[in-house]
Design a protein around this ligand. Structure first.
Ligand code: NAI
Length: 345
């Protein structure tokens, strides 16, 4: 009985592997000529898990794709612009060509912060960009899993949900805000502080992706001991880590290289989940675990994207104070996105 069960599990897993191998995985990157988009497209081109990369931007993608195409890796790459010019030259143009057949769409399109700006200051420009691009996704790849990087993520993900609902193709399992960089920062800063092996750390970071809505759960790091002062310093540094990069870049943008790395980890995590591997990562998704209708928490990835939204365990008294402060902010930013998406043109 046991042998029969494990042999059928093996057959099922072989079947899943064969199906995915036959179909191949296509990732579309929207905003592919930007600071995040270019290195993210490069990492996707290098990945043995990806068969095709569809690059789309309003400028520059034929050059990006031609350049990356000389890297000897298996992924095919195309560069698409809204109306004319593609790489390789073809009759297929624009968003449709980038999105058709995509399993995963990663969206880092939009403007980044300058010193002194909050992510919410980007709303007026980026909300419209995300809305238009997600309308394209609804039309050309309604079954794809979408990963939204464009800020303010706390609002752009709810915008995307409304757009997909209007188009009749919303599946909450297939829409995620990318908060992986917050986890990367938390792992890096905690490892430095605790003198730990960073490769073994996976600090849960919950809430959203802006300032105090970012809440690292330092109480859940096995083996770590923080003084009160260190706990406070680390929490605030993780919440506002993006500002360090914005200040250091002095007006030329925000995190791009670390974000491309984080976006790639997220993309590979999704692909592994689709292929049946056990993958859990923090992401900002539709959620019922708090009062906020979108919330970042550990999420199990599966064949459709989100397999299960997991809880975040017990908060320490220190974390509970931040949590209570965060929820009203997060709810406001979610409502702002929903209102924008439903406003009469
Ligand atoms: P960037 O300005 O270097 O690149 C953005 C790209 O988007 C440009 O190439 C631009 O041409 C393109 N774009 C603009 N409108 C477009 C449209 N309608 N369709 C397609 N492409 C369009 O900016 P960067 O540094 O790459 O940042 C992109 C976004 O990612 C920003 O909103 C930034 O705030 C956000 N971000 C998010 C992070 C996260 O953790 N989720 C971390 C860092 C940045």
């Amino acid at each position: 009985m046991l042998r029969a069960a494990s042999s059928s599990a093996r057959t099922a897993s072989r079947a899943l592997t064969t199906v995915t191998a036959e179909r191949g995985i296509k990732v579309a990157v929207l905003g592919a000529a930007g600071g995040i988009g270019q290195p993210l497209s490069m990492l996707c081109k290098l990945s043995p898990l990806i068969d095709e990369v569809g690059c789309y931007d309003v400028v520059g993608t034929p050059g990006v794709a031609a350049d990356l195409s000389h890297i000897p890796s298996k992924a095919k790459i195309t560069g698409n612009l809204p109306s004319s010019g593609t790489w390789p030259p073809s009759g297929n143009k624009g968003l449709e060509a980038a999105l058709t057949g995509a399993d995963i769409v990663i969206i880092p399109a939009g403007v980044p912060r300058k010193p002194g700006m909050t992510r919410d200051d980007l709303f007026n420009t980026n909300a419209g960009i995300v809305k238009t691009l997600v309308e394209g996704c609804a039309k050309f790849c309604p079954n794809a899993v979408l990963g939204i990087i464009s800020n303010p993520v706390n609002s752009t993900v709810p915008i995307a949900a409304e757009v997909l609902k209007k188009a009749g193709v919303y599946n909450p399992k297939k829409l995620l805000g990318v908060t992986t960089l917050d986890v990367c920062r938390a792992n890096t800063f905690v490892a430095e502080n605790q003198n730990m092996d960073v490769s073994k750390l996976n600090v849960p970071v919950i809430g959203g992706h802006a300032g105090i809505t970012i809440l690292p759960l330092l109480s859940q790091v096995p083996g770590a001991k923080f003084s009160d002062a260190d706990r406070e310093k680390l929490t605030v540094r993780i919440q506002f880590g993006g500002d360090e990069v914005v200040a250091a870049k002095a007006g030329s943008g925000s995190a791009t290289l670390s974000m491309a790395y984080a976006g790639f980890l997220f993309t590979e995590g999704l692909i592994k989940g689709m292929k049946g591997e056990d993958v859990t990562m923090c992401a900002y998704v539709e959620s019922t675990i708090t009062e906020a209708s979108f919330f970042a928490s550990p999420v199990k990835f599966g064949p459709e994207g989100v397999k299960e939204v997991l809880g975040f365990g017990t908060l320490s008294a220190y974390e509970k104070v931040w949590f209570d402060k965060m929820i009203p902010d997060l709810k406001k930013q979610i409502a702002k996105g929903i209102e924008f998406a439903n406003a009469k043109p």
